[in-house]
Design a protein around this ligand. Structure first.
Ligand SMILES: Nc1ncnc2c1ncn2[C@@H]1O[C@H](COP(=O)(O)OP(=O)(O)OP(=O)(O)O)[C@@H](O)[C@H]1O
Ligand SMILES: [Mg+2]
Length: 215
């Protein structure tokens, strides 16, 4: 039986107005789930709630059997460092360092080794000695994905990971993410505007009218 990686119950959140309410969501090992919806519908906010960064107004989030908004700051940090892989729109690579150093920092912090196969698969192996500032936007994006996967997280939260990639490279990144979750028994939540990318996942949900509906 695949284990549950993430379980969210009865989530509600508002900023100036109510973004959503009554959201229930479950992610299991080896499962990939896409979330689509119009700009401003609250997808990124929901990802932040699921991934330990925003405490919702209502409801609870369990990550790897831990009630995440009841944990100490220290335990949350530990969970983020070892088990969560966050691929968000803005990627925070260290600009003055090489691509390799950026990946090494993540592997050192999480006690893992650099996965050369992964670098090859993402077609960035040959440019690991270049400084981040010397790489194209799409190359930087793939370095940041390599950095996230190198720490071998159990749950990957990807918010528009293929946003500024050409179709072919986007498909490559999706394939890498989907292969990763099968191989490592992990799970993927993907926010995307791209229907084609969403269809590659096991399930898709649409966030609209304050609710998450399965498509
Ligand atoms: N920290 C915040 N404080 C106040 N309002 C916020 C905050 N974060 C998001 N919002 C508002 O919540 C709404 C949803 O934002 P969110 O970023 O979740 O949308 P989204 O579905 O990810 O959109 P996009 O597809 O454009 O990325 C927006 O109206 C936004 O202005
Ligand atoms: Mg967003």
């Amino acid at each position: 039986m695949p284990k549950t990686l993430l379980h969210a119950t009865n989530i509600a959140h508002s900023f100036d107005y109510e973004l959503f309410s009554n959201i229930d969501f479950t992610l299991k090992e080896q499962q990939s789930i896409a979330i689509v919806g119009r700009s401003g519908s609250g997808k990124s906010t929901l990802m932040h709630i699921f991934s330990s960064f925003i405490k919702p107004n209502e409801g609870s989030v369990t990550l790897l059997e831990k009630d995440v908004y009841a944990l100490s700051e220290e335990k949350v940090e530990e969970l983020r460092r070892n088990d969560l892989g966050i691929i968000f729109q803005a990627h925070y690579l260290f600009k003055g360092m090489t691509a390799l150093m950026n990946v090494e920092i993540a592997t050192l912090l999480s006690n893992q080794n650099i996965d050369n196969e992964l670098l090859e698969r993402l077609e960035i192996k040959e440019l690991m000695h270049q400084k981040i500032g010397e790489l194209s936007g799409g190359q930087q994006q793939r370095v940041s994905i390599a950095r996230v996967l190198s720490k071998k997280p159990k749950i990957i939260f990807a918010d528009e990971p293929t946003g500024n990639l050409d179709k072919e490279t986007a498909k490559l990144v999706m394939d890498v993410l989907l292969e990763y979750i099968k191989k490592e028994n992990a799970g993927l939540i993907l926010v995307t505007h791209d229907e084609e990318m969403a269809q590659l996942c096991d399930k898709s949900f649409k966030l609209e009218q304050q609710a998450l509906k399965e498509m």
